[in-house]
Design a protein around this ligand. Structure first.
Ligand SMILES: Nc1ncnc2c1ncn2[C@@H]1O[C@H](COP(=O)(O)OP(=O)(O)OP(=O)(O)O)[C@@H](O)[C@H]1O
Ligand SMILES: [Mg+2]
Length: 286
């Protein structure tokens, strides 16, 4: 709606995880490095956790897109399932034609598939998004999948991606065997104030911003940081509203008053940062 007014080619603050808009904050760079190392060194299990909207799905998709030709990836996005259903989904996504949907038969097919891929020097990866919804029973059965291995390496890499509850789930005593197989969980941090500024500039540039068409004051950036806690999804929602209001007021200068009014309209009041700190603070990979 406001794109033409600001001379933008497209909406800079859309809410889909589009890799073209990927801004590599410190947390995002660390997550990419963690994934690359774990997957290419065939560690077997990886886990990426982080606050709602921090960019977990975005970063995993960007990683897969970057390495697409040399990775065979099955994406599991429905996690309120039992293990049999999970097997069905991941085999189907790998393109395997399922002969019988009994658990035993599907496990045998998976094994066969993985051995073939190993012989072809392929590295199949399963990404399970929203993994905080998995039941402990399914997680325990997934652990068994990592027993499919040669003497040197795992035949399948499993990446669990989820909200901070995934971290809590992995702390359960009955899941300690799984936990021990994960080489450090990557806990994604929220953006710093400086990164919030760069993030906004970056997304505007990708959307086609030319110099001087929109100017955010220092105070406006401070307010955005405070109100969103450095969570990209919230930054997008807020900046989208800010630009809409700016357009309606025919103003290309973004001041903190405009940010405050936009946040008020969205019902965005306090910073979620304190709440997010549980997942975000304390080192990215530990
Ligand atoms: N590094 C980034 N660069 C650009 N945009 C980002 C980045 N990280 C997140 N975003 C944007 O923030 C929004 C939320 O990202 P995403 O869906 O990846 O979050 P999530 O952590 O998977 O959230 P949820 O816990 O709800 O699944 C998306 O619109 C995405 O484009
Ligand atoms: Mg997600």
């Amino acid at each position: 709606m406001y794109e033409a007014f600001f001379s933008l080619r497209e909406n800079p603050f859309g809410t889909t995880p589009d890799p073209r808009f990927l801004y590599k904050s410190r947390a995002h760079r660390e997550a990419l490095a963690y994934l690359a190392q774990g997957i290419f060194l065939k560690k077997g299990f990886l886990a990426v956790t982080g606050e709602v909207g921090v960019g977990k799905t975005t970063i995993v998709r960007a990683f897969v897109q970057t390495f697409n030709p040399c990775l065979e990836v099955s994406f599991v996005i429905n996690t309120k399932v039992d293990f049999r259903e999970m097997l069905y989904m991941l085999l189907t996504d790998f393109g395997v034609e399922i002969k019988s949907d009994s658990k035993v038969a599907m496990l045998a097919q998976l094994n066969e598939f993985l051995i073939k891929r190993y012989a072809d020097n392929q590295n199949p990866v399963v990404v399970i998004d929203e993994a905080q919804n998995l039941s402990p029973e399914v997680l325990e059965e997934l652990r068994m999948l990592s027993n499919l291995e040669t003497n040197q390496q795992k035949l399948i890499q499993i990446v669990l991606v989820g909200q901070p509850e995934l971290w809590d789930l992995l702390q359960r005593d009955d899941l300690r065997q799984l936990r021990q197989r994960i080489p450090g969980v990557c806990q994604m941090k929220l953006l710093s104030r400086e990164e919030v500024y760069r993030y906004i500039r970056y997304r505007l540039a990708v959307a086609g911003l030319t110099n001087g068409q929109i100017v955010f004051s220092e105070n406006a950036i401070d307010s955005i940081f405070e109100l969103t806690g450095g969570i990209p999804r919230l930054i997008n929602m807020l900046c989208d509203r800010v630009l809409l209001r700016g357009y309606l007021q025919r103003s290309r200068a973004v001041e903190s008053e405009l940010v405050a009014a936009s946040a008020h309209e969205l019902g965005m009041h306090a910073s979620p940062r304190t709440e997010g700190r549980r997942a975000a603070g304390g080192g990215a990979v530990n």
